[in-house]
Design a protein around this ligand. Structure first.
Ligand code: ADP
Length: 209
């Protein structure tokens, strides 16, 4: 985040004199304590300063990039996951292609009658099935999908960074966010490269204080 001149000044004062009370910081800047309150709140929330009751403010010693990394490492999957789009395992490749277009997603999750995850369909899976001369309305998706147990998954409480690492390692576009149930896994979300990109933009534009 971009610090204002006054915020830079405050950090300098606290660095040199900390622990120091808000009152004394205000005095050295010839401002009132009330005027400084928003700046002190921002600097504390962003992690540059820490405050202890009856002691005052002190400098945490963390640089801007250390603070950014710290924040990024705390992001959780549930903060960025999107709604999942699922199809039943016996729907045709033709219908799955229609669903992909209608729902405007790149990855479909395949479920069985009990609504448990059984597979994943990517754009390329559907393209590959389409270049043969088969009748796409008569090929069920379970024939062409990537199936369990080969599906990479994540849970809502996983770290976003761990999920992002799986996307890179497996060279895939998305992970189902799953909830373990008695005989398998229910799909409750979708974590994609777009989700990770959103987190990055939020971080860079200070929306995730
Ligand atoms: P595309 O096929 O459009 O490049 P991906 O890179 O996501 O899309 O998929 C590449 C392959 O990996 C496909 O065969 C797909 O079925 C498979 N795949 C996609 N997502 C997963 C996942 N979460 N777990 C395991 N395999 C996956």
């Amino acid at each position: 985040m971009e610090l204002s001149n006054r915020q830079e000044q405050i950090i300098q004062i606290v660095k040199e004199n900390g622990p120091i009370t808000g009152e004394s910081i205000a005095e050295s800047l010839s401002l009132t304590r009330a005027t400084l309150r928003p700046d002190l709140a921002i600097l504390t929330m962003a992690g540059y300063l820490d405050a202890r009751p009856r002691v005052g403010y002190f400098f945490t010693g963390k640089t801007g990039s250390e603070l950014l990394t710290e924040k990024l490492k705390k992001f959780k999957v549930y903060e960025y996951q999107a709604l999942p789009v699922v199809v039943q395992e016996d729907v045709s490749v033709y219908d799955a292609i229609c669903t992909m277009f209608l729902e405007d997603v790149g990855t479909l999750f395949v479920i069985n009658e009990e609504s448990l995850l059984v597979g994943v369909l990517s754009r390329k899976d559907l393209l590959r099935a389409s270049i043969g001369n088969q009748d796409l309305t008569s090929v069920p998706v379970h024939i062409i999908m990537t199936r369990m147990p080969n599906v990479s998954i994540c849970t809502k409480d996983d770290l976003l960074l761990d999920a992002a690492q799986k996307l890179i390692e497996k060279q895939i576009d998305g992970l189902p966010v799953v909830k373990p149930v008695e005989n398998g896994m229910e799909v409750i979300g979708r974590l994609t490269k777009t989700s990770v990109t959103k987190a990055l933009v939020e971080l860079a534009t200070d929306q995730h204080l």
